[in-house]
Design a protein around this ligand. Sequence first.
Ligand code: 5GP
Length: 132
Amino acid sequence: MPSIFTKIIQGEIPAHKIAETEDFLAFLDINPLAKGHTLAIPKKEIDYIFDMEDDQLAGLMAFAKQVAKAIEKVVPCERIGISVIGLEVPHTHVHLIPINDIGDMNFSKPKLSPSMEELAELAGAIRKHYAK
Ligand code: 5GP
């Protein structure tokens, strides 16, 4: 069965997309830890990041870097934190989270529930800064 993220790639489930290449997709997390929390994923469905081919893994990181640069132009923050967990969705995803202190990367804290309108507006603003 395809992962929920493959369904997003295929357009079966809506998402607030930030950037897309032949191999990768970035979109806003639906329940962010912080405003601008974005997921960068490979289009090829692989559960565990360290099962990815080296070139695909390097490509995902380079893609995440470009996405992070766009996020930080829109969301005021000290820097973009990066984390990979993957215990909920079995499709590799890199969390990109605007942070100001270490606590902002605490995945145990309550998540935010922005409206679809807020997510759409934010995604649009970040998209404008993504360098293809
Ligand atoms: P993890 O697998 O790394 O523990 O977390 C999965 C992440 O995916 C969570 O932050 C969760 O909010 C996000 N997520 C789960 N389902 C969806 C979805 O359908 N759309 C979006 N945009 N994010 C999702």
